[in-house]
Ligand binder design. Structure first.
Ligand code: SIN
Length: 534
């Protein structure tokens, strides 16, 4: 059955829920989420939200740290605006009911890598979860927001593909999405006057990631297929410290641990970061992740360790209750034991090219949060600037939504999803194989340290697999696995293409064959789908 709403929001993390709540002041909003409503990167964010509250801190310092981390690729205007608005947005979240940790009369402020000051507003070590729960409660209570689980968007509905196109050429417009109901397997057209992509990141493109299973780059893939430019996708951030344990899936050991004094050691107990960077364990993430990678390869060790045994146990337990409890399940005592850690894919700094308010070149299509590339993060995101971007982006996107609704009175009728000529897949083993193959190729060939030769091999293999998967998509009945596989295969190809376009090393993109930044190659790597004429 087809549905319609004023505003369609795809994704239920901080960005999606914030814009939904704000837009519900003047519109009917439908939020679709592909699994459970709390399955989002936001929910797993341990660190916090960077904002200037400290008496020694200033907007200038926060902006300077962001720009320095971004290695010459941030948009300074966007950085300054986000930094300036951060305190107000954080206070709004607190007013909604988020219980941030406090110290005396103000917020307790944590420290993370790349920050010259303490400025991370947090809720113990489960900030994302605290924020997500409050926003979900507000959304569930709101009469003008409907949130539906188990709905996976397959592709966007575009003006250019409507049978009865409206007059007037120019740029294309988005009128909602074709959405798969995971329960029934049925695909329906969900039309809307404004569609907001808030589908999060794409960590699942890599074999090892801190991200939950939902992070399959759906928004980037759909936007690219729809003809929106995607930008700077080579800048994949690897979090330096994920738990190394056969039973631990994607468990992050927050950078805040290093902010409070945790140190990294090789397996013989040697601390190695002080000889790599003057800020040692609090160097920017790209530096720390590369140093760990180098030590593991040099020594042939499968991991390094994170050590907090020199800190006061009571302080560690009070500040990191969630991490302590989780580690206990794996037999580790955070206050005493060296904890085995490895880097893992964590955050996509690139994305759909968009303004801070999410505007893309496709009318009626907004992209916000990790899905978007707004210019805040540049070539390397500063820790705890991601929830901040989602928050500030959602705030500005609300004005964009209002503007769009003022321009168009209703969405046109979309033709039904056609399953003509398709048949159910006879076996899923090929999907499973391709899932693993894409993620393995990306991990082995497009990881923390890249080379021209490895990127060329990755491109060739992914292009073959991409063609095969696209062929399957055309002839088989769509399933969630097929939709997500199609998306990770496409996003993987786009990451490799972006990486090959960048003829230098910068921020998170490190190529041994071109190991230094080169000013004349410093521009954005932008990829636009070539239009097929039909
Ligand atoms: C962390 O807690 O280390 C993650 C925070 C972030 O990615 O900004």
């Amino acid at each position: 059955m087809s549905e319609t709403a004023d505003v369609l929001v795809l994704g239920s993390g901080l960005a999606g829920l914030s814009v939904a709540l704000a837009a519900a002041r003047f519109a009917d909003v439908l939020v679709l989420t592909k699994k459970r409503d709390s399955d989002s990167n936001t929910n797993y964010a341990q660190g916090g939200i960077a904002a200037v509250f400290g008496s020694q801190d200033s907007f200038r310092d926060h902006a300077r740290d962001t720009l320095r981390c971004g290695a010459g690729r941030c948009d300074p205007d966007v950085v300054r605006q986000v930094v300036r608005e951060a305190p107000e947005r954080v206070r709004e979240l607190e007013a909604l009911g988020v219980g941030f940790s406090r110290s005396g009369r103000g917020f307790a402020l944590g420290r993370e890598g790349g920050h010259s000051r303490r400025r991370i507003v947090h809720a113990a070590d489960f900030t994302g979860r605290a924020v997500e729960q409050v926003l979900l409660d507000r959304v569930r209570d709101h009469p003008r927001v409907r949130l539906i689980e188990d709905r996976l968007a397959v592709d966007l509905i575009l003006e250019s593909r409507l049978r009865h196109r409206r007059r007037g050429g120019g740029r294309d417009a988005c009128w909602g999405a074709y959405v798969l109901d995971r329960g029934t397997g049925h695909v329906a057209a969900v039309t809307a006057r404004c569609t907001v992509l808030a589908t999060g990141g794409c960590g699942k493109v890599y074999l090892y990631t801190s991200n939950p299973d939902v992070a399959t780059g759906d928004g980037v893939a759909m936007a690219y297929r729809a003809g929106a430019p995607v930008q700077d996708l080579e800048f994949v951030q690897f979090h330096p410290t994920c738990l190394y344990h056969p039973r631990a899936k994607s468990f992050l050991l927050s950078e805040a641990l290093r902010g409070e004094g945790a140190v990294l050691r090789t397996l013989d107990g040697t601390r190695f970061m002080p000889r790599v960077h003057r800020d040692a364990e609090l160097a920017p993430r790209d530096v720390v992740a590369r140093a760990i990678d180098r030590e593991m390869k040099r020594r042939g060790d499968p991991y390094v360790t994170l050590d907090l045994s020199h800190l006061r146990p009571a302080v560690v337990r009070a500040r990191f209750p969630n991490i302590c409890a989780e580690l206990e399940r794996f037999g580790f005592d955070l206050t005493r034991d060296p904890i085995p850690v490895v880097p893992a894919a964590h955050y996509m700094c690139g994305g759909v090219r968009a303004t801070l308010g999410g505007r893309t070149p496709i009318a009626g299509l907004l992209a916000i949060g990790e899905t978007a590339c707004t210019g805040l993060h540049g070539a390397n995101r500063l820790a705890s600037n991601s929830l901040l971007e989602a928050l500030v982006g959602a705030h500005h996107a609300t004005a964009e939504v209002a503007r769009r609704l003022g321009e168009v009175a209703r969405a046109p009728r979309a033709q039904r999803w056609s399953a003509r000529g398709t048949r159910p897949a006879l076996e899923s083993v090929l999907f499973d194989h391709n899932w693993d193959a894409v993620r393995r190729i990306m991990w082995d060939l497009v990881g923390i340290v890249r080379t021209d030769a490895r990127l060329a091999v990755a491109e060739a293999r992914l292009s073959l697999m991409g063609a095969e998967i696209e062929h399957d998509f055309r002839r088989l009945r769509v399933t969630p696995d097929l939709v997500e596989l199609r998306n990770i295969a496409l996003v993987a190809q786009l990451i490799v293409r972006s990486a090959r376009l960048r003829r230098e090393s910068r921020g998170l993109h490190y190529n041994l064959d071109l190991p230094r930044p080169v000013r004349r190659f410093a521009g954005h790597s932008t990829i636009l789908r070539r239009r097929k004429h039909r």
